[in-house]
Design a protein around this ligand. Structure first.
Ligand SMILES: Cc1ncc(COP(=O)(O)O)c(C=O)c1O
Length: 386
């Protein structure tokens, strides 16, 4: 059986269930909607989106996106506060290019998104990490670290964290923006999972916080529509937008992705984005229920995890002396894999964790994956004590 159809960029054996993968299943990619949205955009008399675009991003699209976000966030977002990107990875790279020099310090969470850590490493930045608990970044530790560090910016994933699946509490958000305002420290909030909440309440995104704190919020269509679009947005104050549009990259090439922006403009106007997000929430909620039930059944009691309230991930904790890297060889032999915790720490700590995701596989495969993983982990833990 081919469990891994539609994964052009990763070569996996067909019968491997890689529970670490954080991307949507191929059948959740909205091909038909995109076909209709593209036809809608291309049927217009005005093909200005085929010209070089405005530096800040396609004008129609920014207005439509601003209206959409105003509805989703229940808080006003203006098109003048949006800068169009090629997704959050590109936005992070761009922020490093604009606001850092090699050797600068950046504050990150531990754990943090492993490829963001790699982007920061590409820019030769010096990382200082702050632990994350059930309420997100531990602000007391941040205060302590800021006594000696003068970072170029602070990177946080406030909602439905990758990989820890936690959300920064309201109290900590207030403290964080207060501290950053006081220190004039640029706060980069990666809010890629903000709109994927599976419970009733979600906290307002950091992007809507109107404070004196220099704050950049990153949003992306990768998790709510399709990663191949390479489309996202920065939501920030006009003062910071002015800095974002300076680079010659934009003077030469124009704003990023004007064509795709127009197609997504149509997708939003035709109601596809809203209905797709609703569909994803139904599918992911059900997967979480089934996957977590099976994990509880098959993983030994020493494996502890919380049921995710949003996002893509389950962060499993094992006893302190476990190194999940040592499980991988045995796991791969049983055709199951995961992301070991140390991947999410720039210091290669957190060895006693693993990241699992329910985004890529459907219910049946997740259940089979949980069974395979449970057997491997139980064996490995028994051998350890045996
Ligand atoms: C926290 C976080 N930031 C950024 C990305 C990548 O986003 P994009 O596809 O918009 O570059 C991901 C994808 O897994 C992520 O989890």
């Amino acid at each position: 059986m081919d469990f891994n159809q539609g994964l052009p960029q990763i070569d996996l054996p067909t019968d491997m269930i890689h529970l670490g993968l954080g991307q949507p299943s191929s059948h959740l990619l909205p091909l038909n909607e995109m076909e209709k949205a593209a036809a809608h955009s291309l049927s217009t008399e005005n093909g200005s989106f085929l010209a070089y675009g405005k530096e800040q991003g396609n004008v129609n699209f920014r207005q439509t996106l601003a209206d959409f976000l105003t509805g989703e966030y229940s808080s006003p977002v203006g098109p003048e506060h949006l800068f169009i990107t090629n997704g959050n990875s590109q936005a992070l790279d761009y922020i490093c290019k604009l606001f850092t020099r090699p050797g600068d310090t950046v504050i990150v969470e531990e754990p943090s998104y492993f490829l963001a850590l790699k982007i920061f490493a590409d820019h030769k930045l010096n990382l200082v990490s702050i632990p994350v608990d059930d309420n997100g970044m531990v602000i007391e530790d941040l205060k302590e670290r800021l006594k000696s560090a003068t970072p170029a910016f602070l990177y946080t994933i406030p909602a439905y964290h990758n990989p820890a699946s936690v959300t920064l509490s309201l109290k900590r958000r207030e403290e964080l923006v207060r501290i950053c305002a006081q220190k004039n420290l640029l706060l980069v909030a990666d809010e890629v999972y903000q709109l994927l909440n599976y419970t009733q309440d979600s906290l307002p995104p950091m992007g809507t916080w109107n404070t004196g704190c220099p704050l950049i919020s990153l949003g992306s269509f990768s998790k709510i529509l399709a990663p191949g679009l390479r489309l996202g947005w920065i939501h920030t104050r006009v003062k910071l937008i002015k800095k974002l549009i300076i680079p010659a990259l934009l003077l030469s090439g124009g704003g990023l992705n004007p064509f795709t922006s127009e197609v997504i403009n149509s997708a939003i106007c035709l109601g596809f984005l809203k209905s797709h997000i609703q569909k994803l929430k139904i599918v992911y909620r059900q997967r979480i229920e089934i996957f977590c039930d099976h994990l509880r059944e098959y993983l030994p009691d020493q494996a502890v995890f919380k049921i995710p309230e949003g996002g893509y991930f389950i962060w499993v904790k094992f006893p302190d002396d476990v190194d999940t890297n040592t499980f991988r060889e045995a796991a791969r032999k049983q055709n199951v894999d995961f992301h070991p915790g140390s991947l999410f720490s720039h210091r290669k700590e957190l060895k006693n964790y693993m990241r699992l995701s329910f985004a890529f596989y459907d219910d049946k495969i997740l259940a089979e994956g949980a069974l395979r993983l449970g057997k491997v982990v139980s064996n490995q833990l028994t051998m350890r004590h045996g």
